[in-house]
Design a protein around this ligand. Structure first.
Ligand SMILES: [Zn+2]
Length: 340
């Protein structure tokens, strides 16, 4: 789930006409007069966009988000706001300036292509991809990465207000899923916008004060998010889900198979997933309980399905239920339906 290393961001900064200090990555308490941010995307937090990765607060080779969860990876210096699929990315999700300021640096022109082992070298030193750096008051700075090729609408020197469109979410640089990476700095030091007053070694609250001041948006820490779900008429891959075109493969009465799938982000160690398809008579026609997870999973995709019985499919409503428990208590579930 890697998107962009700190070094790559530094390299990006240095590719502009300015210098930044080194020795960053102290994410201690910030000044008494913090920068207030507005949400940097035209999507709904918790609806059609989600945090995939927070800032890493573990100074060792391990990783830990501000809530002592695993929604981060080693060295991650920003927040990854994820959108559900490439289909939605292609439809265009606008990136917005998070605060008033002056554009410091811009890069555009890199292609939109998901990172593979074969393309890693192509983006070396430019892992941020197409991006924008904005200087704000009192030494605050925001940086936006992985934007769509040709989408950036601001230039260095432009003075802009918060909420100003600056481009669109893309797949440029080192990214394995469609998202906006947002880095916040104060006097060159990384600040976690979800826990600006984080105290090293602590576990901040689920509702820690954030830098975001949108009252209508929930910034609560969330894990175990069901990102994609549905029925298809046969085997399905993670790439199929990422492309977001599966609605054209809904099963019908003539289909050879009924398959239900989910893709979930932010699963925790020991989570137990169960998944079942319920037939028109209300009984499970297939059910599976998965082994407890040996380690947290940033992303997980599973499916269950069955072939058409000799007598054909019964007409009626099929439903699928996916649930997660921590071995004792239910933590999340999702129902979805199919009718023919
Ligand atoms: Zn990132």
């Amino acid at each position: 789930m890697r998107c962009c290393s700190f070094n790559s961001i530094l390299a990006f900064l240095l590719s502009g006409v300015f210098l930044v200090s080194t020795g960053l990555f102290d994410k201690g308490a910030v000044a008494a007069d913090p920068l207030h941010l507005t949400f940097p995307l035209e999507c709904t937090m918790g609806g059609d966009c989600f945090v995939q990765n927070y800032v890493d607060h573990d100074p060792s080779a391990g990783y830990r988000d501000f809530h002592c969860g695993a929604l981060t990876y080693d060295g991650h210096d920003g927040t990854d706001f994820r959108i559900p699929s490439i289909k939605i990315q292609k439809q265009g999700v606008i990136v917005l300036a998070a605060a008033d300021g002056k554009v410091k640096a811009v890069r555009d022109g890199m292609p939109d292509a998901l990172l593979t082992s074969a393309t890693k070298a192509d983006v070396a030193g430019e892992e941020c991809g197409n991006g924008v750096v904005i200087d704000h008051r009192d030494g605050w700075q925001t940086q936006y990465c992985h934007m769509a090729q040709g989408s950036i609408t601001v230039k260095p020197g432009n003075r802009i207000l918060h909420g100003t469109p600056i481009g669109r979410v893309g797949l440029s640089g080192a990214t394995e899923f469609p998202h906006l990476h947002l880095t916040v700095r104060h006097n060159g030091e990384i600040v976690d916008p979800f826990a600006p007053n984080y105290i090293q070694g602590s576990c901040s609250e689920q509702r820690a004060p954030t830098l975001f001041d949108d009252k209508d948006i929930t910034f609560d820490y969330r894990d175990r998010i069901v990102l994609n779900f549905g029925f298809v008429d046969g085997p399905v891959t993670g790439d199929d889900i990422e492309l977001g075109e599966l609605k054209s493969r809904l099963p019908d009465h003539g289909s050879d198979a009924i398959v239900a799938y989910v893709r979930v982000i932010g699963l925790k160690k020991d989570d137990v997933q169960t998944f079942a398809i319920i037939g028109p008579d209300g009984e499970p026609i297939i059910k599976r309980e998965f082994e407890p997870l040996a380690a947290p999973k940033a992303q997980n995709f599973i499916y269950i399905g069955l072939k058409k019985p000799k007598e054909g499919w019964k007409l009626g409503i099929y439903s699928a239920i996916y649930s997660i428990s921590d071995g004792a208590l239910p933590k999340a579930n999702k129902w979805f339906f199919l009718q023919f």
